[in-house]
Design a protein around this ligand. Structure first.
Ligand code: SF4
Length: 283
């Protein structure tokens, strides 16, 4: 697996690395724009970090997506949280929110080698436009590609095997240093459990779902209000955007993910397993 920063980030990231921990800690000490009801126990970060999922969800169920992000980034998992983003159809909302709190939060982008060129261009555009300073592009291991997919056609015969070497293994390795990940999952996507909360345990890692309760309209309104650019393929009917060979447009009324692996039983890439059940990557 290889990891690279976008070229416009590299110089700044090198200069800023030494300040990152300090900056995050300083921010953690400053929660003045959170409402009082969420500040009451912030003096004891360790206690909060030990809370289980049910306690977290019950204690913070009233928060807005931005407050959940702020709580997670600055307090609960300060310095130990990353976002995983596909830079897909709805990713810009969470990326924009994150850029407002801390543009140095690691954003992990898995470049499978099979993405649409429009996705790579959109990633570059958002890095520049939102000022994201720590987007880490992660690629599959060359040894895995040579051993299992040396002609690049594995997806035609074994989609699970292809997703494993191009997504799952790079994802696992990239997230190892972190105790929490930020996800863009939403309940209006049919495959997401109706009772899912802001926090989920995913093995040893905590998954944070700030947008879990937002509707498609709330996402669209946010994008319009902040004048954010859309992925260019959205205008062509792509509602969920993954690898080019395995993604097609959706018709009106179809689930947003109906265009992923169309004609196959497969519905997720294998990146997300929670409570033993496969979960999609929607961010
Ligand atoms: S989505 Fe398709 S091309 Fe991409 S990794 Fe999975 S099987 Fe391979």
């Amino acid at each position: 697996m290889s990891v690279s920063l976008h070229k416009s980030q590299a110089g700044n990231a090198t200069r800023q690395t030494g300040n990152l921990t300090k900056m995050t800690q300083n921010q953690a000490d400053n929660v003045t724009h959170l409402p009082d009801r969420t500040r009451q126990n912030y003096h004891d970060i360790e206690v909060l970090a030990r809370l289980d999922v049910d306690e977290l969800n019950s204690k913070f169920s009233h928060l807005t997506p931005q407050e959940v992000l702020e709580l997670s980034i600055k307090k609960l998992f300060a310095g130990q949280i990353a976002m995983v983003s596909s830079f897909g159809a709805e990713s810009v909302v969470l990326l924009h929110m994150i850029s407002k709190f801390d543009p140095y939060i690691p954003v992990i982008f898995i470049d499978t080698g099979k993405l649409f060129p429009e996705t790579i261009a959109y990633r570059n555009q958002l890095i520049e436009q939102l000022g994201l300073m720590n987007v880490q592009t992660v690629k599959p291991a060359l040894a895995d590609l040579e051993a299992q997919d040396n002609d690049g056609t594995l997806w035609q015969r074994d989609v699970d095997g292809c997703c494993n070497i191009r997504k799952v293994l790079p994802f696992d390795k990239a997230l190892k240093p972190f105790v929490a990940e930020i996800s863009g999952r939403k309940k209006f996507h049919n495959e997401v459990r109706a009772d899912l909360g802001f926090f989920q345990k995913n093995g040893q890692r905590m998954k944070v779902n700030p947008l879990i309760n937002w509707s498609a309209k709330e996402l669209a309104d946010y994008i319009i209000a902040h004048e954010l650019p859309r992925h260019p393929l959205v205008a062509q009917g792509f509602a969920s955007i993954g690898c080019a060979p395995c993604t097609s447009p959706v018709k009106e009324g179809e689930d947003p993910r109906a265009g992923r692996w169309r004609g196959e039983e497969k519905t997720e890439c294998g990146i997300h397993f929670v409570d033993g059940k496969p979960q999609p990557i929607n961010n």
